[in-house]
Structures are given as structure tokens and as C-alpha cells.
Design a protein around this ligand. Structure first.
Ligand code: 5GP
Length: 237
């Protein structure tokens, strides 16, 4: 597979064309950003860890019947995947209250939610990723039909139903996470982006220790060690 021109550069990944018009390559960067790009840093090896973690989780989800963009991991920092039209909705799934949910609604940090909450944010840096309801999403034309929003929620819950017990077995609470979706060339909605400690919160079940990007957001240090721990637990090491 030939890596061709740069198509897009995001905060954590670069996207490249390939010699196949239906396939693209993501390069996972070591850059770290938080608070809509206001806080910036870099951690050598972070990109490779996220690539490896995402690879394992995409394989797990594919084997459990979730359609994803994943094709294969090419090397430490590169993943080959299907080209899609990105749906500009961030689908947030929450099992435990923390982060913006606690801040915005005053739900005490660490509260176990009575049921899994699925929210939509508008993927728009200039606007600071504001919350969306279904009518907002339709008025903005982010999807064409209500059915598609229902499908995003259904798929997000399915992902949670697979990942939550999977991580619990590895001693990690899956607190919350952000998913992105796109439409492939046949118009099918599939899971895209990455699934890693950059966009999931993991809390160690025994110690409560944070094992995700909150270590950077909150200036706790030890980010790489935490990400390595997540990968090692996934690999059963
Ligand atoms: P919160 O809304 O509490 O900040 O984030 C909820 C969950 O979604 C967290 O796991 C967080 O990592 C993820 N998340 C929300 N928005 C973004 C985003 O713009 N980028 C990334 N990488 N993750 C996000």
C-alpha cells in the first residue's frame, strides 16, 4: 500500500491518500492537546500506543459485529482504513459522571449513572464542540434522517455493551468515551477515528487511578505509563 499526499491534519492524526481511492492511512501523532487546543504538549511514543490500542479494540468490535473503518495496522504509527464521509457528530457515551457532565449539570464526580447516557456534540472546533439535540443535528444537516441519529445511538450503546465488560475484566472502569462515525462508499454508517485513552476515560477499579488523557488535562503526569498499562492489560500482559 503506497502512502500518498496529505489529505488532512488533525490534532492527533494525519490522514494520507493511498493508491486505492477507497482506502486511506492515518498516522498517529505524539501531540497532545486539551481544552479545544489551548493546552498543548507532546509525548514520544503516545501515537504508537494509541494506534496499537485502537487496533486491538477495532478487531474486538469487528469480531463482535460492529462495522468499523479498520483494515489493518501498517506499522507503529500507521493504520490503514476505509475512506468515509465523516459525520460531524461526536457521540459521547457515559457510564459514570465526570468531566463536562459533572461541570455542566452539577452531578457529583464519580456518580454511577442509573443508565448509560448517550450525548451528541457538534464536531466543530471553532464553536468549541457544543452539545446538540436531534433537531439541531437535522437542522444543521449533519445527517439526513432521524433514523441515522437513532442508528448512531444504537451503535454507540452496542460498543459500550462490548467494551464495558471487556475492560471490567481487565480491572478498568470504562467511565466514558467519544465515538465518531462516517458513511462508506455504499452509504453505510461505520465506526471511525480511534478508540484510545485520548478519547476514553479509564479508571483503575481497585485504586481509582486515572489511566487516560485526564493525566494530561489535569497535569497529573505519568501519561505514557498509564497508556502502556492500558495496552498491556488489553494484551493480557
Ligand atoms: P467530556 O465531555 O467530559 O469532556 O468528555 C467525555 C468523554 O469524551 C471523555 O472520555 C473525553 O475523552 C471524550 N471527548 C469528548 N470530546 C472530545 C474531543 O473533542 N476530543 C477527544 N479526544 N475526546 C473527547
Amino acid at each position: 500500500m503506497e502512502k500518498r499526499e496529505l489529505l488532512y491534519e488533525g490534532k492527533a492524526k494525519r490522514l494520507f491518500a493511498t493508491d486505492d481511492e477507497n482506502l486511506v492511512i492515518s498516522e498517529f501523532k505524539d501531540d497532545l492537546t486539551a481544552f479545544n487546543g489551548l493546552k498543548k504538549s507532546s509525548e514520544t511514543g503516545k501515537g504508537a500506543l494509541n494506534n496499537k490500542i485502537s487496533t486491538e479494540l477495532f478487531k474486538l468490535l469487528e469480531n463482535s459485529g460492529i462495522k468499523t473503518h479498520f483494515v489493518k495496522m501498517l506499522d507503529d504509527n500507521h493504520m490503514l482504513h476505509t475512506k468515509v464521509k465523516v459525520i460531524l457528530i461526536e457521540v459521547i457515551v457515559r457510564n459514570i459522571a465526570t468531566g463536562s457532565l459533572s461541570k455542566n449539570l452539577g452531578i457529583p464526580d464519580g456518580t454511577i449513572l442509573p443508565f448509560t447516557l448517550v450525548e451528541f456534540d457538534y464536531k466543530n472546533d471553532a464553536l468549541g464542540d457544543p452539545k446538540l439535540n436531534d433537531q439541531h443535528a437535522l437542522i444543521l444537516g449533519l445527517v439526513d434522517y432521524q433514523d441515522e441519529l437513532d442508528k448512531l445511538r444504537r451503535m454507540a450503546r452496542q460498543v459500550n455493551d462490548i467494551l464495558k465488560p471487556y475492560f471490567a475484566e481487565k480491572g478498568l472502569n470504562l467511565v466514558d468515551f467519544k465515538l465518531e462515525f462516517g458513511k462508506d462508499k455504499d452509504g453505510n454508517i461505520i465506526l471511525i477515528d480511534e478508540i484510545s485513552p485520548d478519547n476514553c476515560r479509564f479508571w483503575d477499579i481497585k485504586s481509582g487511578e486515572k489511566m487516560d488523557k485526564d493525566r494530561f488535562r489535569q497535569g497529573l503526569g505519568g501519561l505514557k505509563v498509564a497508556y502502556e498499562q492500558v495496552l498491556n492489560r488489553i494484551l493480557g500482559k
